[in-house]
Write a protein that binds this ligand. Structure first.
Ligand SMILES: Cc1cc2nc3c(=O)[nH]c(=O)nc-3n(C[C@H](O)[C@H](O)[C@H](O)COP(=O)(O)O)c2cc1C
Ligand SMILES: [Fe+2]
Ligand SMILES: [Fe+2]
Length: 406
């Protein structure tokens, strides 16, 4: 029997924990699982906010019944149509055939496209309201956070926002639902990994949404993944984090990501890292692209201002995993990074050329010329690698001093 959790007077959490799935979107590892959050506003009219992944519909329906008994649900509010939230809609409609589905124009179209639902649909315009009795829902269109149809739903009387994927994180809700019931530090890296990989491409729409919501007083943020954020807990902090990440602002650490088949490129990576450390930089994260999951590398690139990428030349191109990383960063339009690169070849170099083209495309600040090794390590290459590490460290430490002084 699932015990309903009441977030505020007559507002309940009815989401589910997924500790089974290995890969979110069949791509992103879930070492700590993920939750799909759904909420009930139990008023004269009952509104359900979003559903859950179809794999957990049985748990979900048990939770609905634990709150409502045999009371009917008047409205389903669809903030986001991605199937991790819309997956149980068809089953919901078969159980509650009179339910009216409320969403943006694009959601109404997608409900037809995904599930063939054409009746009992209510299309909401930006800022339109829906009275439930003691509570009034107001809808804020927030396109591209994370799909074009996304909106947020605000309970005016309670100052609660149902924010969709915004402010979401990987990681299940283990026991407590509210941030004040949990040790939330454990979610911070997973929140950045979630943001950077899933929403990271949409920095500008996230900024637009944040500006739009900045005029709204918010006490509680109910997102679709992870804990509920409260004013007494981390709400202000997660808003600040989203603001920072969506502006592509970062801390003054360094990510060194490299591929290496026979260790030559890796030797350069180690040399650069040691030189940066000797220059006083402590926040250095190294990733062998063949072993680290790309989502962890992307997370760290979003966290840190310095980025150095290394690759051997492979069939006249970049090493495949480096090429994949570079393309993932391009896809997310990462901005404002200080960049360096290194590479190797045996007969004709393609690594430096490709990495420079990448830096140029991203408008990164190039800290030094590429360090390129032909076959074995020579003294001048060793020196150039050391110099790259030192220059990068000096720059990042200067950035840190500027931030502290500001
Ligand atoms: C499958 C394969 C393809 C390669 N393709 C090229 C190439 O197109 N041009 C080139 O100059 N070197 C090429 N190389 C040589 C590597 O770039 C060179 O051995 C480099 O030192 C490898 O760096 P690593 O020791 O970090 O793996 C290739 C090596 C392998 C194993
Ligand atoms: Fe989504
Ligand atoms: Fe989601």
């Amino acid at each position: 029997m699932y015990k309903p959790f009441e977030i505020a007077n007559n507002i309940y959490y009815v989401g589910v924990n997924d500790r089974t799935k290995h890969l979110f979107e069949s791509m992103w590892p879930l070492p700590h699982g993920v939750s799909y959050n759904s909420y009930i506003v139990d008023d004269e009219k009952v509104a359900l906010i979003d559903t859950v992944d179809i794999c957990y519909s049985d748990v979900f329906f048990k939770k609905l019944v634990s709150v409502l008994g045999d009371k009917k649900i008047d409205y389903l509010v669809v903030n986001h149509m991605e199937p991790d939230h819309s997956g149980s809609i068809e089953l919901l409609v078969s159980r509650y055939p009179d339910i009216q589905i409320v969403g943006s124009k694009r959601s109404v179209e997608m409900l037809k496209g995904y599930y063939g639902i054409t009746r009992n649909l209510i299309q909401m315009e930006d800022l339109q309201e829906l009275a439930l009795g003691n509570n009034t829902l107001q809808f804020f269109m927030t396109p591209m956070v994370h799909w074009p149809e996304t909106m947020m739903t605000y309970v005016k009387e309670k100052k609660i926002v149902f924010s969709g994927d915004a402010f979401g994180t990987f990681g299940t809700i283990d026991g407590g639902v509210l941030d004040t019931q949990l040790r939330t530090e454990k979610y911070r890296d997973e929140m950045i990994r979630y943001y950077s990989n899933i929403v990271g491409k949409f920095g500008s729409p996230v900024q637009t949404a944040l500006k739009k919501m900045s005029g709204v007083e918010i006490e509680i943020i109910c997102s679709t993944h992870g804990p509920v954020w409260t004013k007494d807990g981390d709400a202000d902090e997660v808003i600040k984090l989203y603001d920072k990440l969506s502006k592509y602002e970062s801390d003054s650490g360094l990510v060194i990501a490299y591929g290496s088949m026979y260790g030559h490129t890796e030797e350069l990576a180690e040399t650069i890292a040691c030189a940066a450390a000797e220059s006083g930089l402590k926040d250095i994260v190294m990733h062998n692209v063949a072993k680290s999951h790309v989502s962890d590398i992307i997370r760290d690139v979003f966290k840190y201002k310095g980025l150095i990428i290394g690759s051997p030349t492979y069939n006249n191109k970049l090493y495949p995993e480096v090429e994949s990383l570079v393309s993932s960063l391009q896809n997310r339009s990462v901005k404002n990074r200080v960049f360096g690169c290194f590479g190797g070849f045996t007969w004709s170099d393609a690594s430096a050329k490709n990495l420079l083209a990448f830096a140029n495309d991203m408008e990164f600040e190039l800290i030094a010329d590429p360090v390129v090794i032909k076959q074995g390590m020579l003294n001048d290459v060793q020196e150039a690698a050391q110099s790259l590490g030192e220059k990068m460290a000096e720059k990042l430490l200067l950035v840190r001093t500027e931030v502290v002084d500001a």
